[in-house]
Ligand binder design. Structure first.
Ligand code: NAP
Length: 258
């Protein structure tokens, strides 16, 4: 979801771009060189990083904390070590708003990843973002298959990953900046309302029921855990409703539980 718009944004701004991927596509992204790597084994990293100024890490793996660890934590450790060997000057990491407030196991892996970046051998920037529109699309489609759409009242500020990509590319261009402003969509909306927008746009009539969540997570979400606080939030891009109506978005087959 995020990697492609990052590459497109870098190419649009005239950078030389290398895409590090396990499976170089048969239709390579125009303007980018593809390199086969695997963060889990470290294969290909040294060759792919030779001569690189900055890395924007947008890897992910579906699943909960333990399943995410080999890529998000061990993979990031391997990547940072390879970057240090290659003399890369800047590591830009994408993280998620609220990972220290909401007790999801995937978020624990993201916290561990942030810590590695902060304590690692390469100068860094970290950008936290809210949930991508595609994640909500996938979540609501999944619950609809199970016969309902969520009616929960906790707030979200979903964002278009193309807007997040612009913030990451700005960060890469600006140089190591530490923790940067969090990125969010233009509206803060209760999840039940987002689900109704989705059901109407996708023409799926389903009863609205509360998504079952563990008590601690429910409390953290109700307290606004997924919404960035403060004045320095970088918010924008199309709202979830506009994104659904635009129909320009690719559908996703597999999404991590963020
Ligand atoms: N999804 C959200 O709502 C959201 C919100 C905020 C932040 N984030 C963060 O944004 C980042 C990207 O998330 P996403 O949703 O865009 O993920 P995604 O669509 O699932 O893409 C993840 C990419 O990681 C690559 N990858 C997986 N295993 C790899 C490995 N062993 N070696 C090298 N590459 C590997 C895959 O590329 P190949 O298959 O080409 O190898 C895949 O395209 C994650 O750090 C996530 O926590 C996500």
């Amino acid at each position: 979801m995020l990697g492609r718009p990052v590459v497109e944004e870098l190419v649009r701004r005239g950078h030389d771009v290398r895409v590090l991927t396990r499976t170089p596509p048969s239709d390579p992204l125009p303007g980018a060189e593809h390199h086969e790597v695997d963060l889990v084994t470290g294969a290909g990293l040294d060759d792919a990083l030779a001569g690189v100024d900055a890395v924007i890490e947008a890897a992910n793996t579906p699943g909960t904390g333990r399943k995410a660890t080999p890529v998000l934590v061990e993979g990031t450790r391997r990547l940072l070590q390879a970057e240090a060997r290659a003399g890369v000057g800047h590591h830009v990491a994408i993280s998620i708003v609220g990972i220290d407030a909401v007790p999801f196991s995937y978020y624990r892996a993201k916290l561990a990843q942030e810590q590695l970046v902060q304590e690692g051998p390469v100068a860094w920037s970290i950008v936290r973002a809210t949930q991508f529109h595609q994640l909500l699309d996938w979540t609501f489609a999944s619950t609809a298959r199970a016969g309902f759409v969520p009616a929960n009242g906790f707030a979200m500020a979903p964002v278009d990953p193309r807007f997040v990509a612009r913030a990451l590319v700005d960060a890469a261009q600006d140089g190591p900046g530490g923790r940067l402003a969090p990125v969010a969509g233009p509206q803060v909306v209760p999840v039940g309302q987002l689900a109704r927008q989705w059901a109407s746009a996708r023409r799926r009539r389903r009863p609205a029921l509360p998504l079952p969540l563990p008590r601690r997570a429910r409390r953290a979400l109700r307290a606004g855990g997924l919404v960035p606080a403060g004045d320095d939030v970088r918010s924008g891009g199309p709202s979830f409703g506009d994104w659904l109506r635009s129909d320009a978005q690719p559908r996703t087959a597999a999404v991590v539980a963020a």
